[in-house]
Design a binder for this molecule. Sequence first.
Ligand SMILES: Nc1ncnc2c1ncn2[C@@H]1O[C@H](COP(=O)(O)OP(=O)(O)O)[C@@H](O)[C@H]1O
Ligand SMILES: [Mg+2]
Length: 275
Amino acid sequence: MNRRRRHRHRRGLTRNRQHRRLRLLLPNRRHRLKMIRPPSERVIACGQSESGKTEFLLRHFLTASRTKCAERQLVVDRTGEWFEREKYAPTATGLADTVRLLDDYATRKRWRIIVSLSNEEVEQLGAVLVGIPDVRKGYSYNVGGMALVVSEVDLLVPFANAPEELRSLWRRGSHAGLSIYADTQRPSNVSKEATSQCRWMCYLALYEPADLEYIRKQAGMMAPEMVAWIQGTQYAAALFDQRRRACHLIAPNGVVKRTLSHNPQDASVGETPSL
Ligand SMILES: Nc1ncnc2c1ncn2[C@@H]1O[C@H](COP(=O)(O)OP(=O)(O)O)[C@@H](O)[C@H]1O
Ligand SMILES: [Mg+2]
């Protein structure tokens, strides 16, 4: 065998091995031996169209340097905004193409892949990413954790009776090291399956009474100040921490103007949120 043929032969072998890995979803030895659960987080950005949801998620959560949760990102783009924004990112259309691309990138440390998928295809892919029934056989766990970015989450997950595959994206995501960064124009229409698993709810410009009522129910006495803030300035955001029950009012330039809390001792001015 000459040198060139030998080289091709070797490349073929490595590729075959990677293909086999995704199809069989063999547990990565490092994770299996040490039982390390990759870190993950779940966020929903809520606001009317053009309120700055995508920009906020990009600046505050999807910068890979900020966290290990978003080093590998799969963006499911419904509106075409990501395809337009990220001209040089790897892209795929349809499930077969997406799986092929994920397979190719399985061993890389950092990536952002933009794909176009129907709701049914996201459902099918969800089962592979999380790994039903064993998360240790899912794609996310085996690549060391990844992030799923989805827009219009209220149109993806039905309010009632969400299918098992979609429910498990949120319910089992933390076990699989799967972070989810979602956005919606109608927070009051988002399934409880999704909101109940999120630590971070980010509110940008919202005016619909049902959505404002939703904020009121969630944030109680902090709500009036949050609503005044998001309605008062363009691109102003209220980042609500469901775990600590505190809310950071964030200016368009990213500076935290004020932190609201149920406990007045926790409230502070200009403090950087510990995301
Ligand atoms: N904090 C901000 N400061 C300045 N411009 C912003 C800010 N947030 C968003 N924009 C701009 O507003 C437009 C809409 O933002 P985008 O994030 O795409 O909105 P959405 O995702 O809610 O539809 C974009 O052109 C974006 O650059
Ligand atoms: Mg957007």
